[in-house]
Design a protein around this ligand. Structure first.
Ligand code: URA
Length: 186
């Protein structure tokens, strides 16, 4: 995967972040800039973060896979995202584990099915987990939609619902953290 990418895109955020957001892999913009979530999905994620009353500066943002996998399609030879295969996702496990170890977040928001699989190994459909949290290796994992899903949904009503689910997951992470803070101090 590294051969076709411009650069590896590492996570970004404070080393003491309590909350980590994990996406799938960098997109075209992220590949060029070397920073996660700076393209169209990132803009939608920023909107959801703001709506949830959070600040991006306090969150650690990263991806399950650190290189952009793409194929050219269309008349303009656009570089379009191509989903990582299981063995590719597993090849990046070392770096994701490193980030989880260094940052030691209390709550991890899994943005989409790839992130959920990478974080927990769970293969159940993402829809089964929406609105719920998973306790995994001492962390709370909050599964939700990937913001890029919003880019593919054209129906305004469904779009609003998906956006609402994403915002709720970010609010849910607030509650999970608040709920656990007293016992964490003991
Ligand atoms: N999609 C992702 O999963 N991560 C990014 O950084 C950008 C788009």
């Amino acid at each position: 995967m590294w051969r076709n990418a411009t650069q590896a895109v590492a996570g970004i955020g404070p080393a003491n972040a309590r909350v980590m957001l994990v996406g799938e892999q960098p997109g075209d913009h992220e590949d060029r800039e070397g920073t996660p979530f700076v393209g169209p999905s990132g803009k939608l994620l920023d909107e959801a973060i703001a709506k949830a009353g959070l600040s991006r500066d306090t969150l650690y943002l990263t991806n399950a896979v650190k290189h952009f996998k793409w194929e050219t399609r269309g008349p303009n030879d656009e570089r379009l995202h191509s989903p990582p295969a299981q063995r590719e996702r597993e090849a990046y496990r070392y770096w994701l584990d490193g980030e989880l170890g260094h940052i030691a977040p209390k709550v991890v928001v899994a943005l989409g099915a790839t992130a959920l699989k990478a974080l927990t190994g769970h293969r159940t459909a993402l829809s089964e987990y929406l609105g719920k949290t998973i306790e995994h290796k001492g962390r709370i994992v909050v599964p939700t939609h990937h913001p890029s899903y919003l880019l593919r949904v054209t129906d305004e009503k469904i779009r609003a619902e998906v956006f609402g689910t994403l915002v709720k997951a970010l609010v849910l992470r607030n509650r999970s953290w608040t709920a656990r803070r007293p016992s964490a101090r003991r």
